[in-house]
Design a protein around this ligand. Sequence first.
Ligand code: XMP
Ligand code: MG
Length: 179
Amino acid sequence: MQEVEIHNSIFESYITENEIDSSIGKVAEAINVEYQDQHVVFIAVLNGSFMFCADLLKKITISCTVSFVKMQSYEGQQTTGKVNELIGLTEDLKGVDVVIVEDIVDTGNTLVKLHELLNHKSVNSIKTATLLYKPEAYKKNLPIDFVGIEIPNEFVLGYGLDYDGLGRNLSKIYKLKKQ
Ligand code: XMP
Ligand code: MG
């Protein structure tokens, strides 16, 4: 599909399945090298990262476990500036090496909130893997360690990312079409 209509907005094809797959391959390879002979706990941020997390972990060869946290900062096509934790982390993470798995890093508000939560649990280290990264929108100092694809400051959906709940099922990534 070249275009999709969601909630009365038109979105056009932007990043293909092949581009997504090869960028995930690069992220996985970098993580496999970085944590060779170590154990990693992946913490995926729901809802958006479920598809990226599934495809990324199929390419991970090091020892690992995965857990999920549910955070929400977006309403419609805009960040609210507040980050709500909807499902929390219940397990003991003391001393573990964590890789946060994000669909997209935008302002960085979600990442900062997650770092606070994880530091509270006395983890050993925290790094971030994200499929998409909007450098123009990012306002924080935390490093983004493993980036799939850098994109301009535009609203995107598909491959897990949604517009008010819809569009997560699309297998490629679309961006809002300028009228
Ligand atoms: P922040 O601003 O906290 O944003 O870095 C992170 C979360 O906001 C959502 N987000 C988007 N969702 N299209 C979406 O469908 C976008 O362009 C977009 N930008 C941010 C997403 O859930 C991300 O984890
Ligand atoms: Mg998200």
